[in-house]
Design a protein around this ligand. Structure first.
Ligand code: 13P
Length: 248
């Protein structure tokens, strides 16, 4: 089954509002091929980035969202508020949120459910640490993240889901997974999705690779059978570099 490639940029805690608007505007002008393009600015820059990219194919998402709609939850934002600001996506369970902010498979599941209730598209991040990989726990970790993150949801519920496989050891390190390592982990992940949600869903869900993706390694990764796009950190912060990946 043909799966449309998604190229997503996670800006993390980078770029001022002014810089984010400039980048979103530049990408909006350039994004000319048939790939889906998504950017995840800081929360402050979401609304102005939506304005800057209006009328283009560049979609905007938030890097995290809480599962309550509104109320006394200081410092949080909800998928509903993100949607009202023009966001289309919610990034969920990035390894930095799991490592530094106590995100678990259970809280990821609550965020996936809240995202779907708001009518936004969830991008669920999964991935193992080096220690987990080297101790032979890759299957166990990915299985726990996928089955935990997608618990209590049907294939119909999850029609807009995208999964991002990001091995923790490849994030921000310059150490990219080899094409073979990435393809093997993606095939494993797709198999886990198949066990959970069936063939039709597993064949259509997009699984992106993230971790030191650059213009010069993107084409090789995207050429792998089970790799349906990229979630890019550092190389998404400059329009010409990110465009090099979009057009790879
Ligand atoms: P880098 O591309 O900087 O390795 O970051 C990957 C990532 O974490 C994207 O979410």
């Amino acid at each position: 089954m043909a799966r449309t490639i998604v190229i997503a940029g996670n800006w993390k805690l980078n770029l001022s509002v002014e810089e984010g608007v400039a980048l979103a505007g530049a990408l909006a002008k350039e994004a000319g091929n048939d790939r889906e393009i998504v950017v995840f600015p800081t929360a402050l820059s979401v609304y102005p980035a939506v304005q800057a990219a209006a009328g283009s194919k560049v979609e905007v998402g938030v890097q995290n969202a809480y599962w309550e709609v509104s109320g006394a939850y200081t410092g949080e934002l909800s998928p509903e508020l993100a949607k009202a600001a023009g966001a289309k996506w919610v990034l969920i369970g990035h390894s930095e949120r799991r490592q530094y902010f106590g995100e678990t498979n259970e809280t990821c599941n609550q965020r996936v459910q809240a995202t779907l209730r708001a009518g936004l598209k969830p991008m669920l991040c999964i991935g193992e640490t080096l220690e987990e990989r080297e101790s032979g726990r890759l299957d166990e970790i990915l299985r726990g993240q996928i089955t935990g993150g997608l618990a209590n949801l049907s294939a119909d519920d999850l029609a807009d889901l995208v999964i991002a496989y990001e091995p923790v050891w490849a994030i921000g390190t310059g150490v990219v997974a080899t094409e073979e390592q990435a393809q093997d982990a993606h095939a494993l992940s797709r198999g886990i999705v198949r066990d959970l949600l069936g063939d039709a869903f597993a064949d259509s869900v997009r699984i992106l690779y993230g971790g030191s993706v650059k213009p010069d390694n993107a084409a090789g990764l995207l050429g792998q059978e089970d790799i349906d796009g990229a979630l890019v950190g550092g190389a998404s912060l400059k329009a010409d570099v990110f465009s090099g990946i979009i057009n790879s």
